[in-house]
Design a protein around this ligand. Structure first.
Ligand code: FAD
Length: 434
């Protein structure tokens, strides 16, 4: 019998651990061909000059792919890297390497599912199957207590039912060794310039130094758990965020692995308090499932309503001031400067600037969401558009909506990063009311 070779198409799952497509391919095939494709669709520039993928995220992606290649090599494998249209690249590789099947993780947002459909159709023409796996959420879709179409739109109800009736599956077992076919042209990692993205300028005030890849993701998680232990031992427990979002967005670490590392850490150290990180991961799952359920509605100005919210007649000018941090509201301006200079702002800052743009300035929320799409290092379609729609009051769950009075000085100063504190003390000092 002839050998079986499976092509593993890496997309937003740039990891070895808990990666079902990889472990399943190793189990089912004699040889595995790991492939990553830089699709020009993600590096285009809009008519207004905005990039689909900004500098910080593009650099993070390059680092993550480089780390994946290094880690695969440690397992005896090699990662093929190409720039091009996935449908064309995958059919060429499939023919060149006599591939029997192609594996990938199913996505939920329309751009991503559109790409998989095109790939599926192209592979079908050469009689190859694109096998879909589910691997981006903490809870597996099949383990939810309801089919996707019946998932409660209210987060509170979703949470209650999932926590009561579902369990998180164990992580998949990583392979011991990966055998790849003989590869003649593995392909070089492109540069940012080749992708058409300018080099990011690192700001010394940046609070977080994000380096892409599974290696850095695991180290960030263990660091978080160690800090968390210290916090638990102190008298005043402080809740800290994990800063794992860029790695989770690209799948350098799976939410399921984070879940089990947290649970095991809690057991080992006999910690009984609820771990906020798990609740946050549930929010992440919720938005992904909502995208699967409702799709395109999240990209419309009117969202789930019949009409879009009213907008100011000078919304274009107001939007420019918001983007460049020149609204005159100290906290908002500081947060926007932090976003532009680093690609990352806290959840609080995201809520504040989004609410300010939509409710106070009355600018179309989709402009803000699109701006975040360019700038965020952790951009993830469901988390970004889902949160924006929610805050703009046009999401699927408008009842849980809260109004953020971000312009209030007391609120501004409560929750500030070091960057924001430095900015307010320096460039923004004259904006703080006496
Ligand atoms: C307007 C707006 C846009 C956002 N856009 C994105 C985005 O593009 N990508 C993204 O990952 N998060 C987004 N978020 C959610 C949240 O702000 C970030 O996930 C969080 O700030 C990341 O920091 P952390 O890793 O320290 O989070 P932690 O508090 O440590 O949470 C752990 C993880 O849970 C997930 N998570 C936390 N909060 C949320 C949430 N509200 N919705 C969905 N997932 C959540 C993230 O993956 C995060 O890494 C957005 C929030 C708002 C209000």
């Amino acid at each position: 019998m002839s050998e079986k070779t499976i092509l593993v198409w890496f997309r937003n799952d740039l990891r070895i651990h808990d990666n079902e497509i990889l472990s399943e391919a190793v189990r089912k095939a004699d040889k595995v061909l790991p492939v990553f494709i830089f699709d020009p669709f993600y590096f285009k520039t809009s008519a207004t000059g905005a990039l689909k993928t900004g500098s910080f995220r593009a650099r993070f992606l390059l680092q993550s792919v480089a780390d994946l290649r290094k880690n695969l090599q440690a397992f005896g494998a090699e990662l093929i890297i190409r720039i091009g249209d996935p449908a064309e690249v995958l059919t060429e590789l499939a023919e060149q390497y006599h591939i029997n099947e192609v594996y990938h993780h199913r996505e939920v947002a329309p751009d991503e599912t559109g790409i998989s459909e095109t790939v599926e159709a192209a592979l079908w023409k050469i009689k190859l199957n694109l096998k879909h796996f589910i691997g981006h959420t903490m809870y597996h879709k099949e383990d939810l207590p309801f089919p996707i179409k019946d998932i409660p739109d209210s987060f509170v109800t979703f949470k209650k039912k999932v926590e009561r009736d579902s369990t998180v599956r164990p992580c998949t077992v990583s392979p011991d060794h990966i055998t790849t076919p003989e590869i003649t042209d593995a392909g070089e990692l492109p540069t940012l310039a080749e992708l058409g993205v300018p080099e990011p300028v690192d700001d010394p005030r940046a609070v977080n130094k994000f380096t892409g890849g599974e290696t850095a993701a695991l180290s960030q998680l263990y660091q978080y758990l160690a800090n968390n232990l210290q916090n638990n031992q102190g008298k005043n427990r402080t809740v800290q965020s994990s800063h794992l979002s860029p790695w989770l967005a690209l799948g350098c670490i799976s939410p399921r692995q984070v879940y089990w590392e947290v649970v095991n850490h809690q057991r080992e150290h006999q910690l009984h308090s609820a771990e906020p990180l798990i609740l946050e991961l549930l929010w992440r799952d919720y938005f992904r499932f909502m995208f699967k359920k409702h799709g395109q509605k999240f990209f419309r100005s009117e969202g789930f309503n019949n009409e879009a919210p009213d907008v100011a007649t000078n919304q274009d000018d107001l939007f420019e001031h918001w983007k460049t941090g020149e609204t005159g509201v100290p906290y908002i301006d500081a947060a926007m400067h932090e976003l532009n200079a680093t690609g990352y702002i806290s959840n609080y800052s995201r809520q504040a600037v989004a609410t300010y743009l939509t409710k106070d300035l009355q600018v179309d929320w989709t402009k803000g969401a699109l701006y975040f799409e360019e700038k965020l290092i952790d951009y993830s379609p469901a988390s970004n558009w889902g949160n924006w729609a929610f805050l703009a009051g046009v999401g699927n769950d408008t009842k849980s909506n809260r109004y953020f009075n971000a312009a209030k000085p007391t609120v501004q100063l409560e929750s500030k990063s070091d960057f924001i504190a430095t900015w307010l003390a320096g460039e923004g000092a004259d904006k703080i009311p006496a």
